[in-house]
Design a protein around this ligand. Structure first.
Ligand code: ACM
Length: 600
């Protein structure tokens, strides 16, 4: 494909009727349940009064509004407990409104004031997010913007989420992201009404959480050799190369992150990924593997450690299910994790456990005989059931990736379905709780445009596809589907700007998949709103991928055996101009209308 892209040059010109056909100023993401647009506007006065209840949970609700108003407008702000003449009234309902639930809100903008009502502070927080999106994009500015008319359209909005679990996963193991990075990620996700951050804390490339009773996990396990390239093919580190790339969260850091999240109505789901993906732990404590770390390469640094085609482990990155010390180790880890994270669940991984070294292990063979386990899937199931017991003994619910279904699901396990929706459907039919986060719709590490343009990853997931994510499959009892989440794996993500690029705009789409009513979703309308949020992100200085404007290129063979290329656009209403003459086309070049045969 790259060969012909060298001389096929493409250009998109937006059909103006597409980008500007929305006469409404309103561009809220995720789409609220109900918006009534009324005539007129509310103009923000120079002296703003915010009326808000005094509960401690209101701190960040008020701070958020205060921060946006004071930073961008420079106006004066006073917060009061009660003032009927307030500019913005944040009101907790005395009598519960059964329609909006715990996280919903009513937002009324009239020419004289703004009123947000909710049953709980979380609802007011989400109402405030919507309100900020009603202001001109300059409200996102990091400095005072002069000469602005800070106007919002008069609206009456009723809104509440479709699902209770609205998550993003951030892999802080493959590359370490600082506490400040994680807090920044939380700041961004809550604007789109996400309420769960899943932290993937351990993997072959790093162990990121301090466990006081097992200090080597971070002394050794948090550090590898900095390498670049295409992950899985990085050069093998030389023995004398310094292992100084990485980092970890101290327990104080974790407490701070948890508190930061809580104040913003976000739960943190910790993941300790076992029994596979455990090379960092094994580098610290080699006896945890069945092979005792004989071929120990230390914490992985992006070199090839697995053969993905044959599911063969080249190095032993599994904890040994036949070693009692492993369960003692896990008990110590889970005890500390359970104390640090107030959330009701602990995610124990379970994915991609290639059984190569288990198959060779005499201890595993003896375990199989003793426990009557017929195959390696049953060995993993034995392990998962024991881990479930440990997790439950700490008062938490056990969760794992859908591989934990293989060989028999642990009795109370909650399943996170990533290999498509099937695992989740199967688990829900077995009356287990499920969170859907399938690769097909929700993998934020995949490329979002053509591989000739995007930083290369092995798969592609376009915005349009993420918008098609439906967490509740037909024929499944909705009570078992807790919600959905998108996952940002960071094998190829070295810094926050790129984490933002990979997350947005696809997490706009996922937010709508998990918050908005199914019947309110509309791709074309969503895209007009995405464009407006791009403009907001420009002001907010948050990076996003503009890949929806890139061509979709399909190469095939023409009937007379020539290379043929078919071009299409992800958004309706865009024109494509092209050339084969090595120049950059604009709208004075030929307009694409039918598949092109590439010149010899
Ligand atoms: C996964 O993507 N291995 C859960």
């Amino acid at each position: 494909m790259k060969n012909f892209l060298g001389f096929l040059c493409l250009c998109f010109i937006s059909d103006l009727s597409f980008a500007q056909d929305s006469t409404s100023q309103i561009a809220i993401i995720p789409e609220p349940v109900k918006i009534i647009e009324n005539p007129g506007h509310f103009l923000l006065p120079q002296n703003i009064i915010i009326e808000a209840p005094s509960q401690p949970e209101m701190k960040q609700v008020i701070n958020f509004l205060n921060d946006r108003f004071s930073t961008a407008t420079g106006f004066s702000i006073v917060v009061k407990n009660s003032d009927p003449s307030a500019t913005v009234q944040l009101i907790l309902n005395k009598k519960e409104d059964n329609v909006i639930g715990k996280e919903g809100y009513n937002l009324l903008v009239t020419p004289t004031n703004i009123i947000i009502k909710a049953n709980e502070p979380a609802g007011l927080f989400y109402g405030v997010q919507t309100l900020v999106q009603l202001f001109p994009k300059e409200i996102e500015s990091k400095v005072v913007v002069q000469n602005m008319k800070w106007e919002v359209p008069c609206v009456d909005i009723t809104d509440y989420p479709r699902f209770g679990w609205r998550g993003l996963m951030f892999d802080v193991a493959r590359h370490f992201f600082t506490k400040e990075d994680v807090e920044k990620y939380i700041d961004q996700m809550v604007r789109y009404k996400y309420n769960l951050l899943h932290l993937h804390l351990t993997d072959d490339e790093g162990w990121r959480i301090e466990i006081k009773s097992l200090p080597r996990l971070t002394e050794v396990g948090a550090w590898n050799v900095k390498k670049v390239g295409y992950f899985g093919t990085f050069a093998v580190p030389k023995p004398d190369e310094p292992r100084n790339y990485g980092g970890f969260y101290t327990q104080d850091d974790i407490k701070e992150i948890v508190q930061y999240a809580k104040e913003r109505f976000v739960n943190i789901l910790p993941e300790i990924d076992v029994p596979g993906h455990s090379l960092a732990a094994i580098a610290a404590y080699p006896d945890l593997s069945c092979s005792g770390g004989i071929k120990n390469i230390g914490v992985a640094s992006g070199e090839e450690i697995k053969d993905w085609d044959t599911h063969t482990a080249l190095y032993d990155d599994n904890l040994c299910p036949a070693n009692e010390n492993v369960y003692t180790f896990l008990d110590k880890v889970i005890t500390e994790v359970a104390q640090l994270f107030p959330f009701e669940y602990i995610h124990m991984g379970g994915d991609e456990t290639f059984k190569t070294f288990w198959e060779k292990s005499d201890a595993v063979k003896a375990l199989m005989k003793k426990q009557g386990l017929k195959n390696m899937e049953e060995v993993q199931s034995y392990f998962e059931k024991r881990v479930e017991k440990i997790v439950e003994s700490k008062g938490k619910r056990f969760m794992g990736w859908d591989e934990i279904l293989e060989g028999g699901l642990a009795p109370n396990a909650v399943v996170m379905s990533w290999q498509g929706m099937e695992g989740g459907i199967k688990a829900a039919k077995m009356k287990h709780d499920v969170v859907m986060s399938p690769t097909t719709f929700a993998y934020l590490d995949y490329m979002q445009g053509d591989s000739a343009i995007e930083p290369r990853i092995y798969a592609t997931l376009r915005l349009k596809k993420t918008y098609e994510f439906e967490p509740l499959p037909e024929g499944v009892d909705p009570k078992f589907i807790k919600g959905g989440q998108a996952n940002l794996w960071t094998e190829q993500v070295y810094n926050m700007r790129h984490a933002e690029y990979m997350t947005w705009p696809r997490a706009f789409a996922i937010s709508e998949d998990v918050w908005s009513q199914k019947e309110n979703k509309n791709w074309n309308n969503f895209v007009t709103r995405v464009e407006k949020h791009f403009a907001r992100y420009d002001v907010a200085q948050i990076k996003y991928a503009p890949s929806i404007y890139d061509p979709i290129i399909d190469a095939s063979e023409s009937p007379d055996k020539k290379l043929m290329v078919e071009l299409s656009t992800e958004i309706d209403g865009l024109d494509i101009y092209y050339t084969f003459d090595n120049s950059f086309p604009d709208n004075f070049y030929p307009k694409y209308s039918a598949p092109l045969v590439v010149p010899d």
